[in-house]
Write a protein that binds this ligand. Structure first.
Ligand SMILES: [Zn+2]
Length: 346
């Protein structure tokens, strides 16, 4: 039988199921020869026509002719991504598409050996299978390389209201830092995952993203990174003197507590107390370089001042929020951008 015949259209290969309800569907022509494999059940595939249409479309790749970064070896840390020119804050300098998409339930619903066969097939059938396999870290678990790649490189994303694990091979080249200089924004409508600079990145500087929610205290970060990714973080923040780490932890704990208190004040419609606490939050977040959250807090302040009928202060914070939200992806990412603009016109 011709495995490459068109009888499995729109997929490139006969769906492979390893005797389970989960199967691999591959389009090896997705985005040039990038390729994509989805691991799901036939029923789910049949009930997601939009997703299938997106995954089986054939479109050119989107790599800029000369990306502003290069992959380099880092002694003791594997590989990393380094800027080859200055990347300005807010610049989208990388776009990546999923190579493998798997239902989040998949690993728990199949026998391990069956799951491994499925993963193996999902990666083998890609145009860039070697690139994907090279993402394996020096595995200490003895797990097959495909499993290692999936466990240490996938992102949780939501498509069609379903949680999935997605492997982005270019994005996975970036190492973790607890105060990263870049972040990713996934757009469900096009399946593109964009990487945006949080702040200006200088030539030769390593480009990093956070694998975790930004803002966790030291011990929680270290434990989460050890459990899931098997490494100890030695980023700038984690290798600071003990006193600095303790001061940072205190600010981060305070951020958590204050966020909760703000909610309570808002529920009681005590906007003045909520505003005071939010101004403290903005200061703490600035000190902790938790930049991803700053625009959102400016927006909260704009809304609180509006609720407290102080239009002048509301506009001041709407303006600050817009600068940040625009730099972090604008209206593609934040529904509130248009609303904030309207507020400024009042
Ligand atoms: Zn760290």
């Amino acid at each position: 039988m011709d495995e490459n015949s068109h009888s499995w259209s729109p997929w490139a290969y006969r769906p492979y199921c390893a005797g389970t309800q989960y199967c691999v569907f591959t389009n090896s022509m997705f985005r040039g020869n990038h390729g994509v494999s989805i691991i799901t059940t036939s029923e789910i595939a049949a009930s997601s026509p939009d997703l299938v249409a997106k995954l089986t479309s054939v479109q050119a790749g989107t790599d800029p002719a000369e990306p502003p970064y290069t992959v380099r070896d880092i002694p003791g840390k594997g590989k990393g991504l380094f800027a080859t020119r200055r990347i300005a804050r807010g610049e989208v300098f990388m776009e990546d598409y999923p190579s493998v998409l798997a239902d989040v339930e998949f690993p728990g619903k199949v026998r391990r050996d069956e799951g491994q066969l499925i993963l193996q097939r999902a990666i083998e059938q890609l145009g860039q299978s070697e690139e994907v396999l090279s993402l394996a870290r020096s595995s200490t678990t003895g797990a097959p390389v495909q499993e290692d790649v999936m466990r240490t490189n996938t992102f949780g994303i939501t498509i069609d209201q379903r949680s999935r694990m997605a492997l982005f091979s270019k994005i996975s080249r970036m190492n973790h830092a607890c105060n990263p200089n870049a972040f990713t924004r996934f757009a469900e409508s096009t399946l593109v995952n964009r990487v945006i600079a949080f702040r200006d990145i200088e030539p030769e500087e390593e480009i990093t993203i956070s694998y975790l929610e930004v803002g966790l205290p030291f011990s929680e970060r270290q434990q989460a990174l050890q459990n899931r990714w098997g490494f100890q973080c030695t980023c700038e923040l984690c290798s600071a003197p003990k006193a600095d780490i303790e001061a940072s932890d205190r600010r981060r704990e305070r951020v958590r507590a204050v966020r909760q208190e703000v909610l309570e004040h808002v529920q009681r419609r005590d906007f003045h107390s909520a505003i005071k606490l939010n101004e403290e939050l903005v200061e703490l977040i600035g000190k902790e370089s938790m930049a991803p959250h700053l625009g959102e807090h400016y927006e909260v302040l704009a809304r609180l001042y509006l609720a407290a009928t102080d239009l002048k202060s509301a506009k001041k914070y709407a303006k600050l929020a817009l600068v940040d939200l625009e730099a972090n992806g604008g209206r593609d990412v934040y529904d509130s951008v248009d609303e904030l603009k309207q507020l400024l016109e009042w």
